[in-house]
Design a protein around this ligand. Structure first.
Ligand code: CP3
Length: 353
């Protein structure tokens, strides 16, 4: 059951809130000593994502420390390839490594059958977090968006320009669509299970949105995202779906119009005034402080927070970063950020030291 009175849900339903609700992408993670302590207990990161007791604990850590308006389920976008039977490991200091998909036969070997069972522990994490959260704090479920997940599956690892994945889309368009359809179906089911277990909002992370031509963006981002959003909203019309098409540039407008998402996450590069005029009149916006300004802290962070708040505070808005918290972020800077946003424009935190 959703929480209609939680500030996050109100803002995502179109209501301007003062102060805006806030949470941070990657708010649970390596910048927090309490995360590192739990992380050290489990050698494999994937096992940590599938451990409901520890994953629930990690989800709650930033809530206890900072009192954000939302918790985000602790998991990873790459649990979908795992659930589909692709070999995956998270290598310390290097990031994820998957057995790359290079042919149509590789796609055919993936199996959606056991996916729901493999991801069942994550629904249990959601239930545990829901039981522990106060009523005004929302829980955000999430999944990777289809292109980002498919591009990791094809490439087998992170990449700067995603050439292998883009070439696969050009070379084997039908195999690509088969792969994308499989990701769409398993992601839809996975998100619905998170909502059944108690997630109040869901977010799709399209981190690799910025490397496609407009035609490929239509095929690999818009159409499959629309399919997920349509199916989730058919089953759960009251649950807000947030889309985060990172670095999509001018295509963000088509993304908002074409996918059916309820709210859009803005990366650091989206111009504030343009977004306030062209996007915020279509849907609530969320973002977009540069995570490096959170590492830096102080007056530089404060000036930019002021700019962001001034641009968006008249409409429906959720304060967030433009990408995830960086691991070298001093935890006290996050506390300062919360105080700034909560007391904007003239509370205690805004007085010069
Ligand atoms: O936001 C949150 O606090 C929820 C948890 C979350 C994680 N990953 C935890 C994580 C979320 C929402 C993600 C999303 C994710 N994962 C994305 C999309 C957002 C983005 O950052 O662009 C992507 C592309 C991934 C894939 C992924 N997972 C990579 C590339 C890596 C390695 C890079 C790194 O930072 O180490 C991961 C691992 C990962 N996911 C960690 C965490 C806390 C670090 C693993 C560890 O602690 O050892």
């Amino acid at each position: 059951m959703t929480k209609p009175n939680a500030p996050l849900v109100r803002a995502l339903s179109g209501e301007p809130c003062t102060p805006p609700p806030m949470w941070l992408m990657r708010q649970a993670g390596r910048y927090l000593p309490e995360y590192r302590a739990v992380r050290a207990e489990v050698p494999s990161f994937l096992d940590l994502c599938l451990d409901p007791v520890r994953a629930a604990e990690i989800t709650l850590q930033p809530i206890r420390r900072y009192g954000f308006d939302a918790a985000i389920l602790f998991s990873d976008i790459l649990v979908i390839p795992y659930a589909l039977g692709q070999q995956i490991a998270f290598v310390e200091g290097e990031g994820p490594r998957l057995e790359p998909i290079t042919t149509d036969q590789d796609v055919a070997r993936l199996d959606a059958g056991p996916a729901a069972d493999r991801l069942a522990p994550i629904s249990e994490t959601v239930s545990r977090v829901v039981d522990a959260l106060p009523p005004e704090i929302a829980l955000i479920g999430f999944a990777g968006a289809p292109w980002t997940v498919a591009s990791y599956m094809i490439e087998g690892r992170g990449s700067r320009d995603w050439d292998r994945a883009r070439h696969f889309l050009i070379r084997e368009p039908q195999a690509f669509v088969r792969l994308s359809d499989l990701v769409v179906r398993s992601t839809t089911d996975y998100l619905c299970r998170q909502i059944e277990a108690g997630a109040d909002v869901v977010q799709l992370f399209e981190s690799n949105a910025g490397v496609l031509s407009d035609d490929d963006f239509e095929i690999a981002v818009i159409a499959p995202t629309k399919a997920i959003v349509t199916a989730v909203k058919k089953a759960y019309p009251q649950i807000p779906v947030v889309g985060f098409p990172r670095c999509a540039g001018a295509l963000i407008d088509r993304y908002v119009r074409g996918t059916g998402i309820d709210a859009v996450g803005l990366d650091t590069t989206v111009p504030l005034d343009w977004a306030a005029q062209q996007l915020q009149n279509q849907c609530p916006v969320q973002g977009n402080l540069d995570p490096l300004l959170l590492v830096e802290g102080g007056a530089k962070m404060r000036d930019r927070v002021d700019r962001i708040m001034a641009a968006f505070s008249k409409g429906p808005f959720v304060f967030n970063l433009g990408h995830g918290v960086i691991k070298t972020t001093p935890p006290e800077h996050v506390a300062n950020l919360v105080a700034l946003v909560r007391s904007w424009p003239d509370g205690e935190a805004w007085r010069e030291e």
